[in-house]
Design a protein around this ligand. Structure first.
Ligand SMILES: NC(=O)c1ccc[n+]([C@@H]2O[C@H](COP(=O)([O-])OP(=O)(O)OC[C@H]3O[C@@H](n4cnc5c(N)ncnc54)[C@H](OP(=O)(O)O)[C@@H]3O)[C@@H](O)[C@H]2O)c1
Length: 350
């Protein structure tokens, strides 16, 4: 397979940096250009980035001159695909680019458009069917494919794995790391030795995104119909650098044993649509260790796309558990890169 030539928008941010680190290791991609706000355009990436990854800036990227969005159209023929880690206010740039090229975006702006898929690759690639309609309706040669908020990803995966148990009354409490707020998002004065018991807009994202992700494309493939589930969520910011923790509880119907739930989670490798084209590895790593899972447990495993899960209990028809996953990889750049690989395999990216 030819390498996909990509541009990264928002490359100096924390998600943009994660894209660079992951794409450098992935033989299916070549980073052609890195973009950021106009202020940094023309400067060498390594000179101005506030690099926050656990490896040095890759040598090939260090000397690369940053480009501004205003220059994009001059260079667009170099790219097969664009990864966007822009804030939602910059959505107009993504729409302009989609007239020509596929855009996979982490921003929240397009997540609720009925003609835009909101995708976790292992869960709902069947929603890609909507892309053809989007192209016709918006007169795009490319398309926009959006992705969920970082905290929605592990919750949606758990709910998909437990679909057979008709879960209801879903309750979520999150404990989210500082990096989830972006490179300059939280002041140390506010967070050190502290907990912030509300992340503006975050609970609404969880409540509204997951029913769309677990929904289905209508018969004409013209819109995505949401699942009817209701979710209650409360979101906290905690003084941890990376990786989010979610405490979940839900009602399960019928005579279900803890072993059945455990087995469904352990065997879950994604939806049948995904496992038909990819072999797939188990997505959850379960443990009965009494102090598992902690955000730093993710440092010790090689597969950053895993969702660690512990504290599993089933009592009086209520199942509860705690999940930890990487907000920057599982919840952001890693999700997008796997998504791009699948879109290419399905023929949506040429
Ligand atoms: N952080 C996470 O865990 C996470 C997870 C899932 C989704 N997301 C979403 O991913 C996106 C990026 O998040 P982040 O945490 O990486 O944010 P960030 O650290 O604040 O980075 C934002 C990036 O966008 C660039 N930018 C900002 N305004 C721009 C404009 N008007 N035109 C062009 N470039 C502009 C910035 O460039 P300069 O450096 O030049 O300012 C920077 O490269 C957001 O939409 C966020 O909601 C984040």
């Amino acid at each position: 397979m030819d390498k996909m030539n990509v541009a990264i928008l928002g490359s100096t941010g924390i998600v943009g940096q994660t894209f660079i680190q992951l794409l450098q290791r992935n033989p299916k991609f070549h980073i052609e250009d890195v973009y950021s706000s106009g202020e940094k355009a023309g400067k060498a990436y390594g000179d101005i980035v506030n690099w926050n990854m656990d490896e040095l800036v890759p040598a090939e990227i260090e000397s690369m001159k940053i480009k501004s969005l205003e220059e994009f159209m001059t260079f667009r023929s170099k790219y097969d695909l664009v990864f966007s880690a822009l804030p939602s206010e910059a959505h107009a740039a993504e729409e302009k680019i989609a007239e020509y090229l596929p855009v996979i975006t982490k921003s929240s702006y397009h997540r609720h458009a009925k003609d835009v898929p909101l995708v976790i690759p292992e869960l709902n690639i069947d929603h890609h069917k909507i892309i053809e309609y989007q192209r016709k309706k918006r007169n795009y040669h490319g398309f926009i494919a959006s992705e969920p908020n970082c905290s929605s990803v592990p919750i949606a995966l758990v709910l998909d794995a437990l679909r057979d148990f008709s879960v209801s009354d879903i309750r979520v409490v999150t404990m989210q790391s500082i990096s989830g707020a972006g490179i300059n998002g939280v002041s140390p004065m506010d967070i050190m030795g502290n907990l912030i018991p509300n992340i503006t807009g975050e609970a609404d994202k969880i409540k509204s995104e997951i029913p769309k992700i677990l929904g289905r494309v209508n018969e004409l493939s013209t819109e995505i119909e949401q699942d009817k589930m209701e979710i209650w969520a409360q979101c906290n910011r905690i003084p941890v650098l990376r990786n989010h923790v979610e405490s979940l509880s839900m009602k399960v119907s019928g005579e279900i044993s803890p072993e059945q739930i455990r087995e469904a989670l352990e065997k879950y490798k994604g939806s049948p649509g995904y496992t038909r084209i990819r072999h797939g590895n188990p997505i959850f790593r379960l443990s009965e260790k009494p102090l598992f899972p902690q955000p730093r447990d993710l440092i010790h495993i090689k597969d950053d796309m895993k969702v660690l899960m512990g504290q599993l209990y089933l009592k009086d028809g209520i199942f509860s558990c705690v999940c930890t996953s990487s907000n920057l990889i599982r919840g952001a750049a890693g999700n997008s890169i796997l998504h791009a690989e699948i879109l290419k395999e399905e023929g949506y990216i040429s």
